[in-house]
Design a protein around this ligand. Structure first.
Ligand SMILES: Cc1cc2nc3c(=O)[nH]c(=O)nc-3n(C[C@H](O)[C@H](O)[C@H](O)COP(=O)(O)O)c2cc1C
Length: 118
């Protein structure tokens, strides 16, 4: 987190990192070439496996303008609330959701609210 926050701050990258039961979900915002270069570095990081790009889009407004990398470890209670919020039966159905873009955006919006409150 220390290395990430320093790099992100110096390169005008913002975002959010969620952790739940050995899985990370991350949103990165910034200049496209910088983000792609970072994404490839994260992809090759030997500390984790099975990196998947859920969506990539042009942003009008950043969702995390003041966070070099907001971090939250989700509890079962958080995930239960999320399931109700997204109307999902299983956390894993996030992965197989038809419109991953919408699902992941909702997920981050939902948790960014709780992160910003902390
Ligand atoms: C889940 C995860 C998220 C990461 N997010 C970032 C990030 O936002 N910014 C960053 O600079 N490094 C991030 N890293 C670390 C990079 O993978 C990499 O170790 C770091 O950029 C240093 O690169 P280097 O080892 O090539 O020097 C992340 C690593 C993991 C496992």
């Amino acid at each position: 987190m220390k290395v990430s926050r320093k790099f992100n701050l110096e390169n005008n990258i913002t975002g959010c990192l969620l952790y739940y039961k050995r899985e990370f979900l991350q949103i990165l915002e910034g200049e496209e070439t910088v983000i792609l270069e970072l994404y490839h570095r994260i992809e090759e990081d030997k500390r984790h496996h099975h990196v998947t790009l859920l969506y990539n889009e042009k942003l009008e407004v950043k969702a995390f303008p003041n966070w070099s990398m907001a971090y939250k470890e989700l509890t079962d209670d958080d995930v239960d609330k999320l399931k109700v919020h997204l109307n999902l039966n299983e956390f894993t159905s996030l992965i197989s959701a038809i419109d991953t873009s919408t699902i992941s955006k909702k997920l981050f919006l939902y948790f960014s609210q709780s992160i910003l409150k902390d």
